[in-house]
Write a new protein. Structure first.
Ligand SMILES: Cc1cc2nc3c(=O)[nH]c(=O)nc-3n(C[C@H](O)[C@H](O)[C@H](O)COP(=O)(O)OP(=O)(O)OC[C@H]3O[C@@H](n4cnc5c(N)ncnc54)[C@H](O)[C@@H]3O)c2cc1C
Length: 463
């Protein structure tokens, strides 16, 4: 059954009237009447027309929208949260990487530009990328302020003419008869229908692909999430660590702590203030119910840990230096694409014929025992093909970010932030070019796509 047929009677539009209505409200401004104090509180409605609808304004999605907007596409960005950046900002993973490999820059473009602009505004020094990191790949991640990054990305969206729609989410989507899609959005006190020529799904979970019934992949057990926070107000040198280890063991035995609250390593936890040192098993952001649970589980772990520490000498002035509003989620769904990047493709640095971006990071799978990163062999730089951003058998549709089509191990490396940004830029460009020329992204001439990406600062394999 078409979702349009589920609308209340006054909203049910024939395709002709639907499109005619769209003529009155375009990506430049939704037709939503201002509420007044005495007005009834019924949900408002809006009809929107877009060349490119980006869903999810996180690490990949913000970049996709900026790129599409800069190419002149009428671009709408729908984000269920309150700001851009996703895992980078709201999740607190505010150290994007890796933009460099083996002494050269392999990812640049819009993401790099926003990251370096953010770093410069707070005088945060960039790492010295000429110094090899050895096994410590994280040394080439760029430390920035996540909230400021979100504001800088937002500013770039506004300047690119992107219509930003926070607090909204797609409820239903269906292909439109003449190509493109009709998407129903729900937000606070509002529902909106979007006629979109092309969709870029950057939800991290391929949510819109799921609504359209496009093929998705998922593991039975996914990687744990992490609520990012940092504790302070204690001096590790003055703590009785053996006594604390014993107390933590006892607290786990009687259920006052979970071993995932400190990843089985209290000393490691304490030495980093607990930052990125916890696990939230089963953390899943695909529905509001599962995401609520991930946040509750993360915060319950924090409260357990603070109560445990506060009861011991040395924590009299225990404090919280940072605490994110959401548990960061590592793994949910990814698409089954026209191309699926395998771990062999990834670790051999296969240059796909339709490569649109580089990626660089160890194979990095978290499980209940922790992480065992496997660095790439010297000189290897993996690539991302356009086919891995396009669900099998789809048209007018792309994804970017961690839901890229890949096997699980390849995904554990591809999912990092610089690669997500590079995918976002490639997807945004492909979507805009496709919408402009009335074709589907897979049919955009590769040479044109690569040329456009390079002219917008991106680094494209083989160029
Ligand atoms: C704890 C943790 C540590 C990590 N460590 C590192 C690291 O050290 N270095 C590194 O580079 N990477 C790291 N990563 C991985 C990396 O941060 C993520 O894989 C990457 O940021 C994902 O980008 P994305 O754009 O795919 O998704 P996200 O950045 O998560 O963006 C998805 C966006 O979509 C929105 N959204 C979701 N569903 C909907 C919906 N239905 N409607 C509207 N909007 C929706 C979300 O609100 C969010 O803004 C880490 C991840 C985690 C969780």
């Amino acid at each position: 059954m078409s979702f349009m047929s589920t609308l209340p009677a006054q909203d049910t539009l024939s395709r002709r009237t639907f499109l005619a209505a769209l003529g009155t409200a375009t990506a430049a401004g939704p037709a939503v009447a201002a509420d007044s104090r005495d007005a009834p509180r019924a949900a408002g409605t809006a009809s929107i027309e877009a060349d490119v609808l980006v869903v999810g304004g996180g690490t990949a999605g913000a970049i996709a929208a900026i790129q599409a907007g800069r190419l002149g596409a009428r671009t709408v960005l729908v984000e269920s949260g309150s700001q851009l950046g996703g895992t980078l900002s709201t999740g607190g993973v505010d150290y994007p990487g890796l933009f460099h490999a083996w002494g050269r820059q392999i990812i640049a473009g819009i993401g790099w530009d926003l990251v370096t602009q953010t770093a410069a505004l707070t005088a945060s020094p960039l790492p010295d990328f000429s110094v090899p990191t050895g096994r410590w790949h994280w040394k080439h991640q760029v430390r920035i302020h996540g909230g400021l990054y979100a504001a800088v990305a937002e500013d770039a969206c506004l300047k690119a003419g992107v219509q930003l729609r926070y607090y909204e989410t797609p409820l239903a989507a269906e292909p439109a008869p003449g190509g493109g899609f009709r998407v129903r959005l729900a937000g606070k006190g509002l529902q909106a229908d979007v006629a979109a020529r092309t969709i870029v799904d950057c939800t991290g979970s391929a949510t819109v692909a799921g609504l359209l019934g496009l093929p998705r992949l998922r593991e039975e057990v996914t990687q744990p999430g992490t609520l990012i926070y940092r504790l302070g107000g204690y001096d590790i040198a003055k703590l009785d660590l053996p006594a604390l280890d014993a107390a933590a063991k006892a607290a786990v035995a009687d259920g006052k702590l979970l071993s995932v609250d400190f990843r089985h390593n209290l000393r490691g936890f304490l030495s980093s203030g607990g930052e990125n040192s916890t696990h939230v098993p089963g953390a899943d952001s695909t529905t509001s119910a599962s995401h609520t649970k991930a946040n509750l589980d993360g915060r319950q772990g924090l409260v357990r840990m603070m109560r445990f520490l506060k009861a011991h000498p040395g924590f009299e002035t225990l404090d919280i230096e940072r605490l994110q509003a959401e548990t960061g989620v590592r793994e949910t769904f990814r698409i089954d694409g026209e191309t699926r990047v395998s771990v062999d493709d990834y670790t051999s640095g296969r240059v796909f014929p339709d490569a649109v971006a580089f990626a660089f990071y160890p194979v990095d799978l978290h499980d209940e025992k922790g992480i065992r990163p496997k660095p790439l062999a010297e000189g290897v730089v993996p690539t991302v093909p356009l086919g891995a951003l396009i669900p099998k058998g789809s048209r007018d549709f792309l994804v970017a970010g961690r839901c890229v089509s890949s096997d699980r191990l390849a995904n554990s490396g591809l999912r990092v932030q610089a690669s997500c940004m590079a995918m976002g830029q490639a997807a945004g460009a492909a979507a805009a070019l496709a919408a402009k020329s009335g074709t589907t992204p897979a049919k955009v001439p590769l040479a044109d796509l690569r040329m456009v990406l390079q002219s917008h600062g991106a680094i494209v394999p083989g160029s």
